[in-house]
Design a protein around this ligand. Structure first.
Ligand code: NDP
Ligand code: MG
Length: 390
């Protein structure tokens, strides 16, 4: 039996992970499940999977969680520290699927306890890539990417040498507004931005797909995880979302990973690695699909891609600034304070304005320093939002 924990168990990735685990309960000993607002789902899954502990990130909900767990024998915890403590419990495999920078500390705790980390929380790598990778090295633990593009790259690299890699191409569906006239983007509503043509995901990442901030984050994630030079990372628009990524080698060969737009593939790959096991995903009928289309992303439509390149050029802790500004701008759009296109303006203002104040924090990358930068950058981004909203 493998001991497994799922951080962000109540979310889209978390639920897909539990779906796979629940298909073979005899194989898994569930240690910790964590969630935040969805107490009923957290308790239901923790009871069904006989978890040792269920934890909500919301420190006001401990009693609610206890009540929902009833006499099941599952222990309860609440608050950010309790989430990190649950993540530190010995487990052989942990899914990191909390959304946002809130996933960084629990992911680090899971790495430090020594088990494999299946990483969906791309924000950890954007905020603190070198620190996360170094923590894994120090503790001799493995990180397996769960983002579909990164799982695809990982799979295309099996048996290959990084020295033979010339470039990496990640695909983007183009999201909800791929074909909208540019001048209409400013009117895009929250509802419109929250529906994805191909993938069924959490609301935040769906909006990030429409703005291409998700892809911008993934470019940085590729750079941090695979150690590829930013100049060697390309983004291509591929509306069908079936070719997830391609690795280009020195000899000109491209190895593509093709599969349905179903996260259970990447999750299942990480869960069963190094084996491949049967997964309940659609088998593609290529003749019925007929064609795959590719085109160059228009950076007037998606300035997020340029902002990611600038962030990587600046290096240091600018990834944490980028992520915090992006998360805050997204909050602002969801709250109706700024328009869809103003999200990129807010991130750009925060990035360009940040240099001066960044010197106040030591530039060695520690968890505390990253969280401090995150805090400052959120404040700067909120100011940028108010400047626009006011
Ligand atoms: P969801 O919004 O669906 O789920 C997020 C999870 O995190 C929920 O369990 C939520 O709890 C929990 N959570 C929210 N806020 C906090 C917090 N402050 N502290 C601790 N836990 C919190 O997100 P997704 O599943 O879509 O995405 C999860 C991660 O995976 C993200 O980093 C995303 O970028 C990445 N990812 C997602 C993909 C997808 O297909 N969805 C694809 C590739 C990557 P609750 O719901 O109970 O409030
Ligand atoms: Mg992805």
């Amino acid at each position: 039996m493998r001991r497994v924990s799922v951080l962000g168990a109540t979310g889209s990735i978390g639920q897909n992970t539990l779906d796979l685990i629940a298909r073979a309960p005899e194989d898994y000993d569930v240690v910790a499940l964590t969630g935040a607002s969805n107490i009923a789902q957290l308790a239901k899954d923790a009871i069904a999977l006989k978890a040792d502990i269920a934890v909500t990130a919301d420190d006001h909900r401990l009693e609610d969680l206890r009540a929902a767990l009833g006499g099941s024998g599952v222990a309860a915890g609440a608050g950010a520290a309790a989430v990190a403590e649950a993540a530190a419990r010995p487990a052989d495999w942990t899914m990191s699927a909390i959304v946002g920078a809130a996933g960084l500390a629990p992911g680090m705790a899971a790495l430090a306890q020594g088990g494999t980390l299946a990483l969906a929380n791309k924000e950890s790598l954007v905020c603190a890539g070198p620190l996360v990778m170094e923590t894994a090295r120090q503790h001799g633990t493995r990180i397996l990417p769960v983002d579909s593009e990164h799982s695809a790259i990982f799979q295309a690299l099996i048996g290959e040498e990084m020295a033979a890699v010339e470039r990496i191409i990640i695909t983007a569906s183009g999201g909800a507004f791929r074909d909208w006239p540019l001048e209409r983007l400013a009117e895009a509503t929250l509802d419109q931005a929250s529906s994805h043509p191909n993938w069924d995901m959490g609301q935040r990442i769906t909006i990030d797909s429409a703005s291409m901030f998700n892809k911008a984050m993934e470019v940085i994630e590729t750079h941090e995880f695979f150690g590829v030079d930013p100049l060697g990372i390309e983004v291509i628009v591929h509306p069908q979302s079936m070719v997830h990524a391609l690795v280009g080698f020195k000899d000109g060969a491209l190895m593509a990973h093709v599969g349905p737009a179903d996260m259970r593939h990447a999750i299942g790959f990480a869960l069963h690695h190094p084996d491949r096991q049967h997964l309940p995903v659609e088998r593609l009928d290529l003749a019925a699909i007929g064609r795959f289309d590719f085109s160059t992303p228009d950076e007037r439509r998606w300035p997020a891609l340029r902002l990611a390149r600038e962030t990587m050029q600046s290096g240091g802790m600018m990834g944490a600034v980028f992520n915090a500004a992006k998360e805050t701008a997204l909050d602002g759009f969801i709250a109706g304070q700024i328009t869809f296109v103003q999200m990129a303006d807010v991130v750009e203002d925060t990035l360009t304005g940040f240099d001066a104040s960044a010197g106040l924090i030591a530039d060695t990358m520690t968890l505390d320093n990253v969280l401090q930068i995150d805090h400052l950058a959120r404040k700067a981004a909120r100011d940028a939002i108010h400047k626009r909203a006011g």
